[in-house]
Design a protein around this ligand. Sequence first.
Ligand code: DAH
Length: 346
Amino acid sequence: MDIAAIKAQIDTEIQKVDSLPALEEFRVKYLGRKGLIAQLTASLATIPSEGRANFGQQVNALKNTLSTLIAEKQKSLTTATAANVGGAVDIGLPGISQELGRLHPLTQMIDEICLIFVRLGFSVVEGPEIETEYNNFTALNIPAEHPSRDVFDTFYINQNLLLRSHTSPVQIRVMKSQKPPLAVVVPGRVYRPDAVDASHSFMFHQIEGFMVDREIRFSDLKGILKLFAQEVFGKEIKMRFRPHFFPFTEPSAEVDISCIICGGHQVTRSPGHQEKHCSVCGGKGWLEILGAGMIHPNVFKNVGYDPKKYTGFAFGLGVDRIAMLKYGIDDIRLFYENDLRFLKQF
Ligand code: DAH
């Protein structure tokens, strides 16, 4: 038998082997128990003795070549399979999962609140965070000597510009550029130079709301705020208005909801334990959530509306505080630390 011809045949055949099963077939064909090498070895006995040693050596060399070729092929096929190149794709391998991002809890809270008002016919408007002193204070009927205008209570940029300390100046911007009827909510960041602690941040979020038309009444304000509070905190929630003072509204009120932890009962009770003061409302039974009132006639005059013709209400709420109450978060700083263990819970 012509060993050289066999060698040539092997070389072309191994080229065509393109999978591990095909390689096994190839191995059995040549190195198997009944394979070609076994047949050649068996035929040794029939070879005339003078050529036998030489033939035996050639068969041995061929066997070694085959082993090397098979080992090399096996290696290249295995790497190819792992890299999914050329070889079969292992669909049993687990995929690389891509984690989905999500909205920040405060963004979710802002969206939720704005949507409630949008369903009631309000539009959403935004204003600049750098505001004029006039829009932030003067036009809102806040007198020059008011403590909030102090440099210690507002971030001034220069004599006329500041970082807005509330979202109320957007009332001025909207009323100056549009005529009633108006129903608007204004979400956004506000800034105050407060020392940072569990309940204060130098930057936080407010939503301002206002409605202006002929014959808007305090009862409209009450109805809309009640609906808002029940949508956010649940139907059982009660609401109360406490007289208060704001320069831009008259009359003004601070608005409380019944405590969402103790339900206004002023105490909490855990199973097997004695009643104790509710720590969320401090035993008062009520939680302040916003300020509100009927827009002051001076504000209407400052934007060129006739206060005899139009009335309106306004309110301002703190988004961070409402989110903290709703989700039982006891430290405002958690919103701003970018800790995924916190953020992933929303
Ligand atoms: N601007 C007030 C603040 O930041 C909140 C506020 C109170 C807004 C009463 C109003 C309002 O529109 O009527 O403290």
